[in-house]
Design a protein around this ligand. Structure first.
Ligand code: ATR
Length: 279
């Protein structure tokens, strides 16, 4: 039940129908008895600027951004936070009291929080990381891992120039060619897939895990399917794993808190709800 005073938020994407964010935010709104609504906003790329600038005019408190808007939206907000500047993309917009659009990138927080809550003592896993991919998600995750105290991050990517660009984030980031990805696993303490490989409708991720130590943590940001072939194989050989859903759920926490004034929990119930929707 919402009243005419309800706080409004939503998610802009094209297409947007695949997003599970409305489910998650509306679950929390109901759980906390908040007079608010979170709606899907199907916004074509050519309408992004108009749609964003209309938000304060229509009394919105903020929105999330999903594909393909995350990088483009940086140009149309009034200011962005430090993480968003480093990553070059935003996934959250909050309207401040002066009607200004403030862009932030909570994907980085989502990934780090997922690691912190999913794994008790992170330190052993942060020594020598192999990270696959060098797109927007890789930039954010590398920044997050450096902030968590990672010693070395080996960015493995098909296109060397993209990996070189990610390496500019920190001297602790090294670059490795795609062909060398399996050799680097020998001394890895964590393996992270940030490519779209293994996602429904995309090619599979070709990587042999034989050389990877059995105590290395394996994580995948792909969450469709939730248990990717990478995670399945890692679990079967005894490696600890973390799936991609945690990042998605945890990134929603700071946005919800900024818009609606309550810090929600990523509990088993919301995970269950999201898992069912993904299935
Ligand atoms: P996002 O911004 O969401 O991270 P992206 O920019 O499309 O998405 O990045 C996708 C990543 O998957 C890139 O690192 C890409 O490698 P390139 O930089 O060489 O394009 C990687 N990727 C996509 N398809 C791939 C494939 N078939 N083999 C190897 N890497 C692939």
């Amino acid at each position: 039940m919402i009243t005419a005073e309800a706080k409004l938020a939503g998610v802009m994407g094209w297409p947007v129908a695949h997003s599970i964010s409305p489910l998650v935010h509306n679950y929390w709104l109901q759980l906390h008895g908040i007079d608010g609504a979170y709606i899907p906003l199907p916004v074509r790329p050519e309408h992004l600027q108009t749609s964003l600038r209309a938000l304060p005019c229509m009394g919105f408190t903020g929105v999330n951004l999903t594909l393909p808007h995350k990088a483009e939206a940086v140009a149309w907000v009034d200011r962005i936070d430090e993480t968003a500047r480093i990553v070059g993309a935003i996934n959250t917009v909050t309207i401040d009291r002066n009607g200004k659009l403030v862009g932030s990138n909570n994907d980085v927080f989502g990934f780090c929080e997922h690691l912190r809550q999913g794994i008790g003592n992170l330190a052993p896993y942060l020594k020598n990381i192999v990270l696959l991919g060098a797109g927007g998600a890789a930039r954010g995750i590398c920044h997050g891992l450096v902030q968590l105290g990672a010693d070395t991050i080996n960015v493995v990517n098909r296109t060397a120039a993209h990996a070189d660009a990610v390496a500019k984030i920190s001297p602790r980031i090294k670059t490795i060619s795609w062909e060398e990805r399996e050799r680097k696993l020998e001394s890895a303490t964590m393996l992270v897939n940030t490519t779209s490989l293994g996602m429904q409708g995309k090619p599979r991720l070709e990587i042999k895990l034989e050389a990877l130590p059995k105590d290395a943590l394996v994580t995948d940001i792909v969450y469709r399917p939730l248990i990717t072939l990478l995670l399945k194989e890692a679990t079967e050989r005894g490696n600890p794993t973390l799936d991609g859903l945690g990042m998605l759920l945890h990134q929603a926490v700071p946005a919800f808190e900024a818009w609606f004034g309550v810090k929600p929990q990523v509990n088993g119930q919301v995970r269950e709800l999201a898992t069912r929707a993904l299935a």
